[in-house]
Design a binder for this molecule. Structure first.
Ligand code: PLP
Length: 405
């Protein structure tokens, strides 16, 4: 891929009002006007560079949106107070009563719950399919389908979506392809492969310090304007607005994303290869044993690698819990949901982040109850980490001691 998103971010320059190297933070909910006429024009959305009210837009939020649009290679972007605050307005903007969505059966638990339990109240229905089977995806499309929705790398099973092929299917049936790229910032640029809308939970890798939730929607100027329309825009009217102070803080963290992603990917690849060699059931898109490996290899910007997420099957939920508690006691990371932190985070998705998915469906999709999802941290010496993790696995009986000699 010749599009390097980190360079695009770096090429943007904005200064503070006193020449500060960071843009000034807009600490206001409302803005004054020298003339009443300009206020009217701004409300109507045609006074470039003027601000009216911070739910509509604010300088800090626009700066962050601009940087994320540069990263994804889209015309523009709209930041939101959370990932769900980006996802839900997009779906409500694109779908009306009677419309239909096709998506993957392995998606983020909150997105799944919104589509499965909430949208049917508005008579918007969703078919959940195995997104890796393109014929199954196409067969699920009906005359009412408006949206094809997927995650680049799915949560928590790390299935890889063939975005280019899905984009072709979407074009053919006149659907919008919406891609949640939360697990693979910089590595994958879905808009460059034909996605219409790209969403991130900024809470994860992009902010990277587990101190806030945030989200973004990247797309065409026309679509983002529609989301922000004062009369019928879902983002405008539902009000999931990010605070300006937080937007400024996320923008500063975005500056180091390229360095962090390289380290997350390097560390995750190291551990995945070692533990697979040790005989564990490891799922990581960087491993040749991963069914989406070849596909993903062709999709990623190699510099940023295969990402920081991997899963290991500990066999049973009891073993998984015992192992996670021991690893936390040894300071190898935290037993916590979420991802993209400098420390390794681990959780058992079946009983936490994917618990919205009924047990029989979890089983059908291969979400076993001993599955541990790891978001691998920025550890400086990953060999040392590996040895310490392995020690824990031997102690709880997930690995046999004999395998070490
Ligand atoms: C966390 C997450 C979300 C939701 O984001 P929030 O910031 O928690 O609202 C959506 N999609 C994926 C893939 C996620 O990991």
């Amino acid at each position: 891929m010749d599009f390097n998103p980190a360079d695009k971010i770096q090429d943007l320059q904005y200064f503070g009002e006193f020449g500060g190297v960071n843009p000034s933070i807009s600490d206001s909910s409302t803005y004054t006007f020298l003339s009443a006429k300009t206020m009217f024009d701004t409300f109507e959305g045609n006074a470039e560079g003027c601000y009216l009210y911070s739910r509509h837009s604010s300088p800090s939020n626009l700066y962050l949106g601009q940087a994320l649009a540069a990263m994804e290679g889209t015309e523009t972007a709209n930041v939101a107070a959370s990932g769900m605050g980006a996802i839900t307005p997009v779906l409500l903007q694109l779908c009306a009563a009677g419309d239909h969505i096709v998506t993957s059966r392995t998606i983020y638990g909150g997105t799944y719950a919104f589509m499965k339990n909430f949208l049917p109240k508005l008579n918007i229905n969703t078919t959940f399919v195995d997104i890796t089977k393109l014929d199954v995806v196409e067969a699920a499309i009906t005359p009412n389908t408006k949206v094809l929705y997927c995650e680049t790398v799915s949560n928590p099973l790390l299935e890889v979506a063939d975005i280019e092929s899905l984009a072709k299917i979407a074009k053919k049936h006149n659907l919008k392809l919406v891609v949640d790229n939360t697990f693979s910032p910089l590595s994958v640029a879905p808009a460059k492969m034909g996605a219409d809308v790209v969403i991130h939970s900024l809470t994860k890798f992009i902010n990277g310090s587990s101190d806030t939730v945030g989200g973004v929607t990247c797309g065409t100027q026309e679509f983002i304007d529609a989301l922000r329309n004062v009369n019928d825009g879902a983002s405008m009217l539902l009000g999931p607005t990010m605070d300006s102070l937080r937007a400024a803080s996320v923008l500063k963290n975005l500056r180091t994303l390229h360095i962090r992603m390289k380290q997350h990917s390097y560390n995750a690849m190291y551990l995945a290869q070692k533990f697979e060699k040790d005989g564990l059931k490891v799922v990581y898109p960087g491993l040749e044993s991963h069914p989406g490996h070849e596909l993903y290899k062709g999709m990623i910007n190699k510099e940023y690698g295969f990402g920081g997420l991997m899963t290991i099957d500990a066999g049973t939920i009891d073993k998984a819990n015992e192992l996670m508690e021991l690893m936390q006691n040894r300071n190898l990371g935290y037993l916590a949901v979420s991802l993209g932190f400098y420390k390794t985070l681990f959780s058992a998705p079946g009983s936490s982040t994917s618990s919205e998915i009924p047990l029989d469906e979890q089983k059908e999709m291969g979400l076993t109850d001993g599955l541990i999802r790891f978001s691998i941290g920025l550890d400086n010496d990953i060999e040392r980490t590996y040895n310490m993790m392995k020690e824990c696995m031997i102690e709880v009986g997930v690995l046999k001691a004999a395998a070490t000699v």
